[in-house]
Design a protein around this ligand. Structure first.
Ligand code: ADP
Ligand code: GLC
Length: 485
């Protein structure tokens, strides 16, 4: 079956978060289970630079504010064929894919991602005479209009070009635009309605996808349920609840070719569950690189994260004095909200030798923290899936997480019972509060003082397996049903 994935990021060419890791690994996994899978991406500078040799499939004129749009076909480093939309007027910009260097969203994002969705839909309707998608699978609001374009095409032509799937990676980002731009999108007028893509008087690209896609998925079973409730539904819970029978939660996986301590060239020494010695070398290297005191008697906590409200890291700021007072250490790598960046920078100044903070984005360093820390902290307010805790498990670094979304689905709290049956892999707390977080931190300190139990939990963590092939095998029946197979 021919499946086209539409998205804005893909590892290793362009990554701002977990979305890129997912598209980078899910597509090769789908190819392994037999799908003829391709991707379509906007021609951001790093995508064009990394795609390798391409051929021009077609040239279009006057689309979404661009005079000339070239559709190129190349190949991702994984070997997956990828269409790239070469429209410099829309995509050749500084900053990240969504916002300028000052982090202000580009005002023409509705055109930039409208075009992505339009091309995706048209690749089902014959834009490339050599390959037509039977399923268009979009990711997040950036591809949210693709199912709407497909439904519009179906209405105009009296037959279906392709079925559609939308995967929600994060409901908090919805792609909401002023209603005045609707006519520019070229969709039927009646699509701007409550039963359509209207969202409190505005346009929502995500709602378009959630309403028009034939099937919906999200990135963990728990999140699939959570987003049907007002607390986490971001105003879309009613629609999601109505569509519950079309919505499946499939947990993301780990690309073990990128994240395996036994083969990782980015870390100070290699190790695995049967030969764990290298982890100590990584720990010491991490302390040294961060000018932390070389200590072994209390845990090193690590954070690799976007510094946004979602990630709940103000709980860590509140607990930090107690962590340091007990001899614990913190290494944090992240970037995001200015006030949080400042607060962590100040903490590093206040606790030299115990707290090291790096504001920025650094792929190599992220591996070194995941390998060298004892505990990875992910105290999220909400978390659709979360990948850092999955990577931490693979490296025998025990995740300390809130019981929410994919964190709840992937980490098993260490209790006397789960330590006895060798299933405990980390520390899980329920209530989103400083007190509950601190109690979990206390439990991490306590377990650290029982080395035999700690090492058992590390072995449990390293043995837990979250392969992409499992996720691909769960996606396949959704595709098959859509094609009546
Ligand atoms: P989200 O997508 O919500 O940010 P995930 O846990 O799903 O959260 O994925 C985050 C991904 O981005 C992981 O691969 C993580 O290692 C990476 N990451 C986050 N912040 C940084 C950073 N400052 N430097 C390097 N990698 C980072
Ligand atoms: C989003 C979510 C994160 C998830 C990632 C990949 O960025 O915030 O929880 O792991 O997408 O699906």
């Amino acid at each position: 079956m021919r499946v086209l994935h539409a998205c804005s990021e893909v590892y290793p060419l362009l990554k701002t978060g977990g979305l890129a890791d997912v598209t980078g690994a899910l597509l090769p996994a789908l190819a392994r289970v037999g799908c003829d899978v391709r991707m379509v991406l906007p021609g951001f500078p790093s995508i064009l630079a990394g795609i390798g040799p391409t051929r021009e499939v077609v040239v279009l004129h006057d689309r979404f504010g661009a005079d000339r749009v070239g559709l190129l076909l190349g190949q991702l480093p994984s070997g997956v064929p990828a269409y790239v939309i070469d429209a410099p007027a829309l995509y050749a910009r500084e900053g990240n894919p969504y916002a300028d260097a000052g982090n202000t969203a580009y005002p023409d994002n509705y055109r930039r991602f409208g075009l992505l969705a339009w091309v995706a839909a048209d690749l089902a309707a014959g834009l490339d005479p050599g390959w037509q998608a039977q399923i268009v699978h979009g990711h997040d609001w950036h591809a949210g209009l693709a199912p709407a374009y497909l439904k519009a095409w179906e209405r105009a032509n009296g037959k279906r070009a392709a079925a559609s799937v939308l995967t929600v990676h994060n409901l908090a980002y919805q792609g909401v635009f002023d209603a005045g731009v609707f006519p520019e999108l070229g969709l039927p007028a009646d699509y701007f309605a409550m039963h359509g893509m209207e969202y409190y008087g505005q346009l929502s690209f995500l709602k378009a996808g959630l309403f028009f896609a034939d099937k919906l998925t999200t990135v963990s079973p728990s999140y699939a349920l959570e987003i049907q409730s007002p607390e986490q539904g971001c105003g879309l819970e009613g629609l999601l609840h109505d569509r519950a029978s079309d919505l499946t939660g499939i947990l993301n996986g780990v690309d073990y070719e990128v994240w395996s301590p036994a083969a990782d060239e980015l870390i100070a020494a290699r190790y695995d569950a049967s030969k764990p010695g290298g982890k100590k070398v990584c720990r010491r290297a991490l302390q040294k690189a961060g000018s932390l005191r070389p200590q072994d008697n209390a845990p090193v906590f690590g954070v690799v994260s976007r510094l946004t409200e979602q990630k709940g890291l103000h709980l860590l700021l509140a607990a930090l004095p107690a962590i340091v007072a007990r001899g614990g250490q913190l290494v944090l790598l992240g970037s995001g909200d200015g006030w949080m960046e400042d607060a962590f920078r100040e903490a590093a100044l206040r606790y030299p030798g115990a707290v090291q903070v790096e504001i920025g984005y650094d792929e190599v360093r992220s591996h070194q923290i995941v390998a060298g820390a004892d505990v990875i902290l992910v105290p999220s307010r909400f978390e659709p899936c979360g990948l850092t805790q999955l990577y931490a498990l693979a490296y025998g670094t025990l995740p300390l997480v809130r019981r929410v979304g994919g964190l709840a689905d992937s980490v098993v709290d260490c209790t006397p019972a789960t330590l006895a049956d060798n299933s405990g892999t980390g520390f899980v707390f329920d209530e989103f509060s400083e007190a509950a977080f601190s109690l979990a931190v206390d439990r991490a300190f306590a377990l650290y003082e029982a080395p035999a139990q700690w090492q058992q939990a590390q072995r449990n963590a390293m043995r837990a397996h979250f392969g992409w092939d499992d996720a691909a095998r769960k996606m396949l029946p959704i595709y098959q049903r859509l094609l009546g197979q």
